[in-house]
Ligand binder design. Sequence first.
Ligand code: 9WN
Length: 446
Amino acid sequence: MNDRFSEPKTETDLLKEARRVLQHNLLGAFTKPAPSLYPHQWNWDAGFIALGWAPTNFKQACSEMTALFRGQWSNGMVPQIVFSVKNSGKYFPGYRFWETQGLPGKPRNARTSGLTMPAVHGFVLQRLLEQAPDVREARPFFRRMYDRVLLLHDYLYTLRDPHGEGLAFICHPWESGMDNLPTWETVFETIHFDPEKDVPAYERMDLQHVDAPFRPRKESYDRYIYLVNILRKSHYKKPELWNDYPFKVQEPMFNAILSHSNEAMMELGKWLGKDTGQLREWHEQTNKAINDKLWDEQRGVYVSFDLVQQRQVPVVTAAGLIPLLSGAPDQVRAERLTALLQNPKFSGTAENPAWLCASTALDDPGFDPFRYWRGPVWINMNWMMYHALLRYNQPALAARLRDDSLELVRRHGFWEYYNPWKKQSGGCGTDQFSWTAALVIDWLRQ
Ligand code: 9WN
């Protein structure tokens, strides 16, 4: 890019550059996650991006949320991607591949994928309300959004939690937002398919924008497309689809985010004069279920549960610490989690120190410092962990997450993710990544 920034040094410079990234990626009603790799609107990106607009352009922050929920299905599902009509040719899988067009329950005036993503919207709305320049004027927006988010949570607690456990399952790695965790490798060990016969022909676009070592391998893409193909053939709706569907995972971060959004929605609901009993019940039930089912006592971290194999997936990732965000762990578990963050698995050693926080533990056999979700540091994970640690009265450790994040951005720019090793250090994936910029803005306003 010819507007590549010079190395920002001061916080004022950083803030200016961050705003420029958002402005650069702005497409009108919404902001795309990155200039060329991600040319549409993504679900949880929209939430983080809204926080970046809030301090200077509150209307745009609201617009991000409104635009995303324009894609909400009648069953409450909020899609992973709402496609921009203008850019439909540049991303795979594009909207045609999903075959969602014209399906009953799908919005007529939005092109969407057929999956969802972590439900950050509740806690994003609460943070937006705190920053509303005119609360009375903004009230109709929050009233509308409250109903929409409630509908989404209801979808997750019914269709994604058929046994009423308080844990929603994801049906695709893309739904976790952390598409390439080694966790999914383990889940896929028991899923057998023939890539020649069971995966439709497809052409990846991501490798036209980003170097292959930063992106998922072909085997992973085959799996993604294999699952999408099953879903689209069933029109995303038959309830019996889930009976023999091969990928159903209860993931700790997905559920902790949902649980935290329930809490945030309770606050919003009180302000709007609503009965928030259901939200409290969901919040308490989910926190309890995260503890009962997803805690790995041996490793001292939360892990995923594979509903098909009926077993935990013992892989240590940053996602396993995010239940701190919703207040799920008791004091003993919280101490084990904070100890884990500071031990060599995430902090590295004196000889080989690491920036917090690697997405996959530094000693995991699947760890890779360059490949996305296999090890690199992601700013949205650090931002959530920062707030989680403040909740548990750990200001020094929280500050380390914030300082590491800001330092990485200061040194390298607004990358999608960063090499976690301090001695290698550098940005990976796509540059000018919107949520990196947005969350830097949010941090610097505090
Ligand atoms: C698939 C947009 C999205 C993020 C995800 C990140 C990546 C997409 C992809 O980009 O996923 O959804 O094509 O790799 O993993 O978290 O929302 O920024």
